[in-house]
Design a protein around this ligand. Structure first.
Ligand SMILES: [Fe+2]
Ligand SMILES: [Fe+2]
Length: 282
């Protein structure tokens, strides 16, 4: 447990109490934590920590047996890994067998779990009274990272495009670029963990700058911005949000194909199949 997580647990009266909380109470706790602790922690980190440079991170590329952009389903790793270990340790886990016609929730259960980052981001959006489509966008925003971390917002948007509204796809796709640009009016700051992940002197490439300019002037700017505002960069592994909390929202806004994701002959079916069976050799 991180020190901030320990602090939260203490403030809430311990692990058992947190486990006994309702969804609503936990979401409250999460939001309080987000505001009162994480901002302060981020500020201290920003000032006191020594961050790697882009060149230093680049020097580590050939010191690993994997590439940092690889999807988290394909190696022994957690989804969130600001500081890469020099080499992955341990083995990948055996994946659950999936139903013949898998639903989105089956993927959460059998491929993305524990997916704490997605669940906590969506819970925060929900608690803040966001529209259902925004909650869905938050729930799905980093899903692409299971398949491919590099450009994960684009992969994620492509995966869901046939099944959700244009607005949800837009929000997921454009969060990729917006993450790198602060918006003081909404309270969104450049994430401290990006200093570690990208290097403190990192400058986003021109295509990201262009995507940001495009999104900034788009009528749905706030749809994508809300994804970044509810994106919990430091999340607490001890607060468990159940996917059931979002079952109805998914039911209303995700058009589940009756053949199952991966088997509906959509242009992205193969991408879902790859997540069903990432152990296929070819
Ligand atoms: Fe993301
Ligand atoms: Fe995220």
């Amino acid at each position: 447990m991180t020190e901030t997580a320990r602090e939260l647990m203490r403030a809430l009266g311990g692990k058992a109490k947190v486990a006994a909380m309702s969804h609503e109470q936990r979401a409250d706790a999460l939001e309080d934590f987000d505001i009162s602790k994480l901002d302060a922690a981020s500020e201290t980190l920003r000032e006191t920590h020594e961050w790697p440079t882009v060149a230093e991170l680049d020097a580590r590329v050939d010191q690993r047996g994997y590439r940092r952009g690889v999807g988290s389903l394909f190696r022994n790793s957690s989804y969130r890994e600001a500081v890469d270990p020099p080499l992955p340790e341990g083995k990948v886990k055996r994946l659950k067998k999936m139903p013949e016609a898998p639903t989105l929730l089956d993927f959460f259960d059998a491929r993305f779990a524990p997916s704490a980052h997605l669940l906590q981001s969506a819970a925060l959006a929900n608690r803040r009274g966001a529209a259902e489509e925004t909650v869905l966008a938050c729930l799905l925003h980093d899903m692409g990272g299971y398949l491919m971390k590099s450009d994960h917002g684009y992969w994620g948007a492509q995966l869901i495009e046939p099944y959700v509204s244009e607005k949800v796809t837009f929000a997921v796709r454009q969060h990729q670029a917006l993450r790198f640009f602060a918006d003081p009016a909404t309270g969104y700051e450049y994430p401290v963990r990006y200093y570690e992940a990208f290097g403190f002197d990192y400058v986003p490439p021109p295509y990201i700058q262009a995507a940001y300019d495009y999104t900034r002037n788009h009528k749905w700017y706030m749809e994508a911005r809300l994804v970044t505002m509810n994106d919990l960069y430091t999340f607490n592994p001890d607060i468990k949000i159940d996917i059931d909390e979002f079952r109805e929202i998914v039911g209303r806004h995700f058009k589940q194909p009756k053949e199952g994701l991966g088997y509906d002959n959509s242009p992205v079916a193969h991408m879902w199949r790859t997540m069903i069976n990432p152990d296929a050799p070819l």
